[in-house]
Design a protein around this ligand. Structure first.
Ligand SMILES: NC(=O)c1ccc[n+]([C@@H]2O[C@H](COP(=O)([O-])OP(=O)(O)OC[C@H]3O[C@@H](n4cnc5c(N)ncnc54)[C@H](O)[C@@H]3O)[C@@H](O)[C@H]2O)c1
Length: 336
């Protein structure tokens, strides 16, 4: 590899192991050269499993002073903002995990810092790179279901992420670490709803904590009105025994449903006459570029990042309004 993009990883837990390290390794020009974790055993385990020639650092500052071009931030949420600023200040490009921040002022500052430093700030809104959701966006853009009228999204798991996804990662259910369902799954779904429906004007929501031993929301039920007149419903839960995963978009000419099932996409069109509505199952698009190659391409100036800080901030804006609507019990306007 000629002149590889030398990448450091901050936070060597689950998403670094299953996402960033193999993801950067599979790009055409990225090379993992450094690993950093406050729990050095995590970094050592990652090095032993996946990247034997990486240097290990316990201190981010020391890693930032080493010979790296870009930083992947894979830490608990509350470190995304300060680490992004530190990395940009040190002249690095940043691939920051979602949510980019838990507040709009922090998200704005991260974007400004990237502009000032003339570096890439790419947010891992990873569903933007999922073939199923990319196909849905294309079907909508091609006018397959006409003007969008109504969006519905339900996403649920039977447990919190510290029990299922990354056992022991209790920061997921700690307000101090900016955990909680609104900014965890919520920030993904907020982004999808805005991708398909456009910007949201205002929201009403119930934001609840049902589990007895946590201090962050584990259930969210939100109603939203989009600027273009469409309406949306978002239901999220960490306490649904069966789990749930369905996204439906209704338009003037039909409906698209998708979820992780045998037929991931179902398209129903309204016929011109009295016939039964035809139903088809478009295959998810092949060859969709992943978030890691998109980041490397942006760093090398080949293409712009499809998920820059501005897009991450819009998703944070929707989550912020959901939280405010839940807290106040009234309508909250989205502050983009
Ligand atoms: N894009 C996605 O689809 C997706 C999926 C899962 C997680 N995530 C995000 O990735 C991030 C990490 O999640 P995870 O599941 O890997 O969590 P995790 O708890 O499994 O891993 C986090 C790691 O960060 C380390 N860490 C904590 N504080 C640190 C610090 N100050 N400096 C360096 N390392 C530190 C921990 O020791 C741990 O090893 C979160 O922001 C989460 O929201 C994104």
């Amino acid at each position: 590899m000629n002149n590889p993009v030398r990448v450091g990883i901050a936070g060597c837990g689950k998403i670094a192991r299953v996402g960033h390290v193999p993801g950067i390794q599979s790009t055409d020009a990225g090379q993992i050269v450094a690993l950093c974790d406050v729990d050095v055993k995590q970094a050592e385990r990652l090095r032993n499993e996946l990247v034997s020639d990486a240097n290990i650092y316990e201190s981010l500052d020391v890693m930032l002073a080493s010979n790296i071009d870009a930083l992947c931030i894979c830490t608990p949420n509350n470190f995304h903002y300060p680490m992004t600023l530190a990395a940009l200040k040190a002249g690095m490009h940043v691939l920051c995990e979602k949510p980019m921040a838990a507040g709009l002022p922090e998200a704005s500052e991260m974007i400004s810092a990237a502009q000032k430093a003339d570096r890439i700030l790419h947010i891992n809104q990873s569903l933007r790179y999922n073939p199923m959701y990319v196909t849905l966006a294309e079907l909508i853009q091609q006018g397959e279901i006409g003007e969008i009228l109504h969006l519905r999204c339900i996403r649920g798991t039977s447990n919190t992420p510290n029990r299922a996804w990354s056992p022991g990662a209790d920061w997921f259910v700690s307000s101090e670490a900016e955990g909680g369902l609104v900014f965890d799954i919520g920030v993904h779904m907020a982004d999808l709803l805005q991708w398909y429906g456009g910007k949201v004007r205002d929201i009403r929501a119930y934001v609840d904590t049902r589990l007895p031993d946590i201090d962050v929301p584990d259930n969210v039920n939100a109603l939203m009105r989009f600027h273009n007149g469409a309406v949306g419903v978002l239901e999220l839960s960490w306490t649904l025994p069966t789990g749930a995963n369905l996204l439906e978009v209704y338009g003037t000419n039909g409906r698209i449903r998708c979820g992780f099932t045998e037929q991931p996409i179902e398209l129903t069109r309204i016929p011109n006459d009295n016939e039964e509505p035809p139903v088809s199952y478009p295959a998810p698009k092949e060859g969709v570029k992943d978030s890691y190659q998109a980041f490397i391409d942006a760093v090398l100036g080949r293409t712009e990042s499809p998920t820059p800080g501005e897009l991450g901030r819009d998703a944070v804006a929707l989550c912020d309004a959901i939280q405010r609507a839940g807290d106040s019990g009234t309508t909250a306007e989205v502050e983009y």
